[in-house]
Design a protein around this ligand. Structure first.
Ligand SMILES: [Zn+2]
Length: 267
């Protein structure tokens, strides 16, 4: 094992080991981690954070290592800073990629690791595979002083959480076409005046969310009931339960709310 200081991303499926007191990824030299069991799994350098290497150590079980505590990746969003949360997602996505690409999809021979980049290669036919990234759009639709938010069927809680609309980009489609299509399919609303905001890797399991603002053009809300249980135009001073801080959805909503309030103050 390396004698350099580094960040140690112990993963097991969707779980990652954190030092709960410090709300952080284990840090230091391997020998200083005081593991209470022998870890034979290879550790692999996969990134750099604050000029120090990040290693992922993939375990088959969420062992008690004598320190730290296992958390679902989603739970760590409120504990890690944005950069470490993205790196935790990266470590888990690589593990998922290796687990789901053991054989070549073209000729079915076993894949081999490529050691100079994060890829797998088939020695028999030369086919190379990279970790899957699925681009998705997420969009805040504005109509005057109101914003469109929806309650997804997977967010059934009390009170219900409302968030922005989102969906995968289809093959052959631009991100902007996907925004227009997804909003119309999910809500029956036509939008225009798209503005790109920011992006966020979203390792559930391998999305890259591209955030947009859009303006209402026409139409009445008509729900796609397979995915949504409700959608409404909300006044910015009477908002429902929103998605957690750290999500691009929350940032889109807060940015639009600030802008609408600022415009109202200027009147
Ligand atoms: Zn092959």
């Amino acid at each position: 094992m390396t004698a350099r200081d580094g960040w140690w991303f112990f993963t097991c499926g969707n779980q990652i080991l954190l030092i709960p007191q410090g709300h952080c990824i284990p840090h230091g030299q391997w020998n200083d981690l005081a593991l209470n069991r022998d870890i034979s799994e290879p550790c692999e350098r996969f990134a750099v954070y604050q000029s120090e290497p990040c290693y992922r150590v993939e375990l088959t079980e969420c062992f008690d290592l004598g320190f730290g505590q296992w958390f679902e990746l989603r739970e760590t969003m409120s504990q890690l800073n944005a950069a470490l949360f993205d790196l935790a997602g990266k470590a888990i996505q690589f593990a998922l990629f290796l687990d789901t690409h053991r054989f070549c999809g073209r000729c079915s021979k076993p894949f081999e690791r490529v050691h100079w980049e994060l890829a797998l290669q088939c020695e028999a036919c030369g086919f190379r595979a990279y970790p899957r990234v699925s681009p998705s759009i997420i969009v805040l639709v504005r109509k005057g002083k109101q914003i469109l938010l929806a309650n997804h069927r997977r967010h059934q809680q009390d009170p219900p959480m409302f968030t922005t609309l989102a969906g995968f980009i289809e093959a052959g489609e631009t991100a902007e076409q996907a925004v227009v299509r997804e909003v119309y399919e999910e809500s029956g609303i036509k939008v225009n005046n798209l503005n790109y905001f920011d992006s966020q890797p979203w390792a559930f399991p391998h999305s890259l969310m591209l955030g947009y603002f859009a303006d209402y053009e026409s139409g009445h809300i008509r729900l796609q009931k397979r995915e949504l249980s409700a959608a409404h135009w909300f006044d910015v001073d009477n908002l429902p339960l929103l998605p957690p801080h750290g999500t691009i959805a929350r940032r889109l909503i807060e940015c639009a709310v600030d802008q609408i309030k600022q415009e109202s103050d200027e009147l």
